[in-house]
Design a protein around this ligand. Structure first.
Ligand code: HEC
Length: 156
């Protein structure tokens, strides 16, 4: 992990803790979506932030694909590399001012997912078995599912 990454991660972690302590949650409700039976909480971001966020999601999916393909060939170097692309380094460039407007649980799930990818990357590098890597991946996918069940982006 590089020095700039540490300087970014620390304030975001502190922010998550503070947000949890004060119980702050700015996720607002989207009434038309709810009327149609969509009970997910709405995350409001600017258009540029939404684009960045969606790009990050597509990287998550690409990393999962890379990991699964590499698993089939027992290619630990490729597993590690694919996982690392979805690790904490992805948060580089995310400003604290964006993070402060997000629900704490959303932030925690996001951080935990990046950290789990980093952990999978390290364990593959250290020689993890297929079963261990699959278990790591299962825990990551549980985060994807949990967050998607709970949150949506505002359409505009
Ligand atoms: C912290 C919450 C969170 C986590 C964790 C999360 N997602 Fe998402 N993801 C979202 C939200 C919110 C959307 C937008 C859904 C909407 O607006 O209907 C989204 C959208 C997506 C999209 C669509 C991107 C696009 O271009 O529109 C993909 C693909 C995706 N996620 C994949 C994943 C994968 C794979 C994982 C796990 C490795 C994951 N996500 C983990 C919150 C999350």
């Amino acid at each position: 992990m590089t020095a700039p990454m540490r300087t970014l991660t620390a304030p975001i972690t502190a922010l998550v803790i503070v947000s949890v302590l004060v119980g702050g949650c700015t996720g607002s409700q989207d009434i038309p979506a709810r009327a149609q039976g969509d009970v997910r909480e709405t995350i409001r971001l600017s258009q540029a932030e939404r684009e960045t966020f969606r790009r990050g999601m597509r990287q998550y999916l690409a990393s999962v694909q890379g990991i699964v393909e590499a698993l089939a060939h027992s290619n630990r170097a490729q597993i590690s590399e694919s996982a690392q692309k979805a690790g904490m380094d992805m948060l580089r460039g995310v400003s604290v001012s964006v993070a402060v407007h997000l629900p704490p649980e959303f932030l925690m799930l996001s951080m935990d997912t990046h950290q789990k990818f980093d952990a999978l990357s390290r364990s593959a590098e250290a020689g993890a078995s297929k079963a261990e890597t699959t278990a790591h991946l299962g825990a990551i996918l549980a985060n994807c599912t949990a967050c998607h069940a709970k949150y949506r982006l505002s359409p505009n």
